[in-house]
Design a protein around this ligand. Structure first.
Ligand code: FES
Length: 106
């Protein structure tokens, strides 16, 4: 079942919001379901998950802030690649999404 109670269904300017097909992905090893092509951050938020990463120096939690790919607060490790801005990265079937701790280089 997809948690979509929080998703916008109709926008005053954009109109009705279309969704992709339901797809499964994992978040820190737990299987979740979202809609294909929606931002990863949206699927996580709909599932009630707010923390995407922890800062490197003080280990403070961070999540969605700008939601337009500018601030890096939403970066996570996606399919083994660190520093992925999940607010602007489309969800795909089988993605492996993980919480990021600090700044990871690859
Ligand atoms: S929330 Fe700012 S880059 Fe994603």
């Amino acid at each position: 079942m997809i948690a979509d109670d929080m998703r916008m269904k109709d926008h005053p300017i954009l109109g009705e919001i279309s969704k992709g097909r339901p797809v499964e992905f994992t978040f820190d090893g737990k299987t979740l379901t979202g809609y294909e092509d929606e931002p990863i951050a949206v699927a996580l938020k709909a599932a009630g998950l707010m923390v995407h990463r922890y800062t490197s120096k003080h280990r403070k939690p961070r999540g969605i802030f700008c939601a337009i790919g500018r601030c890096t607060d939403c970066v996570m490790i996606v399919d083994g690649r660190p520093n992925v801005r999940t607010c602007v990265t489309p969800l795909r079937e089988g993605m492996d999404v993980r919480t990021q701790y600090g700044v990871e280089a690859k």
